[in-house]
Ligand binder design. Structure first.
Ligand SMILES: [Zn+2]
Length: 156
């Protein structure tokens, strides 16, 4: 039996090599199954974190809007916003920014105090009972402005 010489063009050779490489690097069934499972896990993990973020933003919104951040000076009972004493405290940071926190609900306002405010915080009772600044002054206003979309939809 005599072997015939195989005539092959460079283009054919290139095609053969490319096909072989593709076949070698394609995932086999087991690898594909593992990959699919990994994707499923990733999708579940993502939907869980989306759910947690949703719960967190709703909780924050409820907290901010159910607390008046104000109490009766004598009894400490909750009173409407701005009546009595603000249940706040806070501090000025090294960079000059101020953080005010409601001691009842932990809502936090971060803002850039004016010169007069800085003087007041330094020389007066500090930030104890200080009025929360208007939202347009808050550096963290994104924490406040909007009712979470999920809650808007739930209440329509
Ligand atoms: Zn509060």
């Amino acid at each position: 039996m005599s072997e015939k010489e195989l005539a092959i063009t460079p283009t054919q050779l290139k095609d053969i090599i490319e096909t072989a490489v593709r076949a070698a690097s394609a995932p086999n069934a087991l690898e594909q199954k593992r990959f699919d499972e990994e994707m499923d896990r990733e999708k579940r993990r993502l939907s869980l974190s989306v759910m947690l973020a949703k719960v967190e933003s709703e909780t924050r919104w409820r907290k901010q809007n159910s607390c008046s951040h104000s109490c009766n000076e004598k009894t400490g009972e909750s009173v409407p916003f701005g009546k009595g004493r603000f249940t706040t405290g806070g501090q000025i940071h090294g960079n000059g920014m101020a953080t005010l926190i409601c001691q009842r609900c932990a809502t936090t306002w971060r803002f850039d105090p004016t010169h007069a405010e800085r003087e007041f915080f330094a020389n007066g009772p500090g930030m104890m009972g200080y009025a929360p600044p208007p939202l347009e002054r808050c550096l963290n206003r994104d924490d406040f402005v909007t009712r979470p979309l999920s809650m808007v939809e739930a209440h329509q």
